[in-house]
Design a protein around this ligand. Structure first.
Ligand code: GLC
Length: 660
């Protein structure tokens, strides 16, 4: 029985449970860890206990005998005991500087191992390259052992304790993490926790009727419940995997069953209503943290709890799950942080950073999907009004957290434009989304973009967009036509977009290939396991020839690479870009311009300005009144020019200003 309790009641129950558990755990910890480390473990237990006890009781009912909480704390203790010395050293440093990821020096890079460097053991050879860019955090795309054949880009994992043999072994992964640490870089890896591959040992045991795994997945004998749920669920992959259930003939003792599969049919959703699932996943994360992974990208978190009559996304229990998991991982491996992959509306997103009515620590980072979508939308319309409208409405995030800001990633771009925001600027939301799809897929007359529609759904008229940054910015098209002016514009667009993500505040994530303006990759069409999924067009292979041209200032690669370097360099030296501060939109009198400011108690103001129009515009400088003496730090062109009280912005230009 789950009882709904007030905060103060939950706190009282947690305190009582801690009183009961603490002496026993203290004893065990001291014996297993030694005095010094046990002191640390217990301090963390005191710090995090409320965050694990409350959510666990909310999820699994009263834990009167401390059976479940005790079991979970002991899993964390066992992991703390097993934690390698070098990682305990990282823990110590991170405990001194727990908000390291908020520093302006933090810069992420996202890459597929095999596409970036072949195998994990070859990664160290690429670290100089990453250092040239100023990267301090490397997200290696899914690399835990996937099912053979189609595997949704590695998001169908059959063994979380093994690495995809095509890129190496778990020992190689540990060595790669160590090599990164030695260069001051942190390793980020995906944790696919909403579902496993149907080939995973848990799924096989479940199929075989092993009672220990009886409730690991969701299964229904007929269409009654699936139909009832599907009435309110929207499809993630409507064209290739419609529906959220897959008939599995061998399930249910051979009688067959409909298994819950939010994504593809081979990705089986885990049943977190079962406490054993939670414990098994916790154990897996702890084990992986001890291999040297510092940042877990929590994949598809919004889907982790189902409720009839809802979208089965963003349910309150998902937040209990994340809060408890986070607290338990902090107990064992305090250097670890979580990044939420929650591609949901802004109102639903902020809670993944713990932003509820009262702060509840969950993930330290979350993808700023809204900013990404608004950047591409503004570039297409050459108008910043919708961006201003929607970004202004976003809630402030907790001071300990940070956005992961990005221009492109391995996924498609879904046009998360809220109806309210679109109407507020006088646009029809449906027509605007349609325009964006036409524009970026190359269908719109005169468009510079060379993307493609993804999951085109003629029934609803919805679609999303695939395509590399260079293809969507017009660089590819300009190259095709050999048009120097168009190429210049394309490069300016790419620089402008990154100028926003590098200074919005948070952790910018650079997506492999964008620093070299790599075009769409068509080689995926030759691989039957990939050919059906055009997201592979923007998951290119590292192009060593293109990379070699990065030192040639006359080449496209050289120009783009230099922009990224300049942005990263300037960013590092701007305290106002520390993620703890807030970005506030400035009201400027030109609709093509996005302007925002940040502030740092030590260094004063920062102002960013971008002009989405291709022609020069100007804004009244009174918009910057009270922000001190501002100087140009970095700009697409010259220092900011003032004329008749108006700041001049060249077409597709950007400027970073900071208080002198
Ligand atoms: C996330 C991934 C996406 C994948 C899905 C299912 O959204 O980014 O690539 O298809 O999860 O795991």
């Amino acid at each position: 029985m789950i009882t709904l309790r007030s905060d103060s009641e939950r706190r009282r129950r947690a305190e009582a449970a801690l009183q009961r558990l603490r002496p026993v755990v203290a004893d065990e910890a001291e014996r297993a860890l030694g005095r010094a480390d046990a002191v640390g473990f217990l301090a963390r237990l005191d710090l995090w206990f409320l965050d694990l006890h409350g959510p666990i009781e909310a999820l699994y009912g009263d834990d009167e005998d401390d059976g479940l909480v005790g079991r979970l704390v002991r899993l964390a203790l066992a992991a703390a005991v097993a934690r390698p010395t070098e990682l305990r050293e990282t823990d110590r440093r991170r405990e001194v500087e727990p908000r390291w990821y908020q520093e302006p020096r933090t810069l992420g890079y996202v890459a597929y191992t095999e596409r970036f460097c072949g195998t994990l053991d070859a990664l160290p050879k690429r670290l100089d390259y990453l250092a040239e860019l100023g990267v301090s955090y490397l997200h290696l795309m899914p690399l835990l052992k996937p099912r053979p054949g189609e595997n949704d880009g590695g998001y169908a994992v059959m063994d979380y304790r093994a690495v995809d043999p095509r890129v190496g072994t778990m020992d190689d992964l540990e060595a790669a993490a160590r090599a990164l640490r030695e260069r001051g870089m942190s390793l980020c890896v995906d944790l696919v926790l909403n579902h496993t591959a149907r080939e995973h040992a848990w799924a096989r045991a479940w199929l075989a009727g092993d009672p220990e795994y009886a409730d690991f997945y969701f299964a229904f004998p007929d269409r009654n419940m699936p139909d009832a749920y599907e009435a309110t669920i929207s499809d993630v992959f409507p064209d290739r995997a419609p529906g959220s259930f897959t008939w599995v003939g061998t399930a249910n003792g051979g009688r067959g069953a409909w298994v819950w599969t939010t994504f593809f049919g081979f990705q089986w959703d885990l049943n977190y209503g079962n406490r054993d699932v939670f414990a098994a996943v916790l154990d897996t994360v702890l084990w992986l943290a001890n291999r040297g992974i510092e940042i877990f990208r929590m994949d598809a978190v919004p889907f982790m709890w189902k409720r009839l009559g809802t979208s089965c996304m963003n349910q309150p229990e998902v937040h209990d799950l994340m809060q408890a998991l986070h607290a338990l991982v902090k107990l064992a491996a305090p250097a670890t942080i979580f990044k939420a992959e929650a591609i949901v509306s802004p109102e639903d997103l902020v809670p993944y950073l713990g932003g509820h009515a009262r702060y509840r620590p969950e993930c330290e980072l979350a993808y700023h999907n809204q900013l990404m979508v608004m950047l591409w939308s503004s570039l297409a319309t050459k108008d910043a009004r919708l961006a201003v409208q929607s970004l202004r409405r976003m809630a402030t995030i907790p001071v300990d957290t940070a956005w992961a800001t990005y221009v492109r990633c391995h996924d498609d771009i879904g046009w998360a434009v809220s109806d309210t925001d679109a109407w507020a600027v006088g646009w029809s939301p449906f027509a605007h989304r349609r325009f964006l799809n036409d524009f970026y897929s190359g269908a719109y007359p005169g468009t510079h973009a060379r993307g493609a529609l993804f999951q085109d759904n003629p029934e609803t008229g919805d679609a999303r967009i695939s395509g590399s940054c260079a293809a969507l910015c017009g660089i590819s098209e300009a190259r095709e036509r050999g048009d120097a002016a168009a190429l210049e514009a394309g490069i300016r667009r790419l620089a402008l977009l990154h100028a926003v993500t590098f200074s919005w505040g948070g952790v910018p994530l650079l997506y492999m290939g964008d620093e070299l303006a790599l075009d769409n990759d068509t080689t995926y069409l030759d691989d039957p396991a990939l050919a059906q999924d055009n997201r592979w067009m923007h998951r290119p292979w590292f192009d060593a020839d293109a990379a070699a041209r990065r030192d040639d200032p006359a080449s496209v690669e050289g120009r783009v690479f230099a922009w990224i370097q300049r942005l990263a360099q300037a960013r590092r030296e701007l305290p106002a870009l520390h993620a703890a501060g807030e970005s506030e939109l400035l009201a400027v009198d030109d609709p093509h311009v996005l302007a925002w400011r940040r502030r740092h108690p030590r260094s004063g103001h920062f102002v960013g300005l971008v002009n989405f129009a291709e022609h020069p515009v100007s804004v009244d400088v009174r918009a910057f009144e009270g922000l001190g003496e501002l100087e140009t730090v970095l700009s697409a062109d010259d220092d900011l020019q003032l004329r008749d009280g108006r700041a001049q912005l060249p077409g597709l230009g950007f400027v970073w200003l900071a208080e002198a």
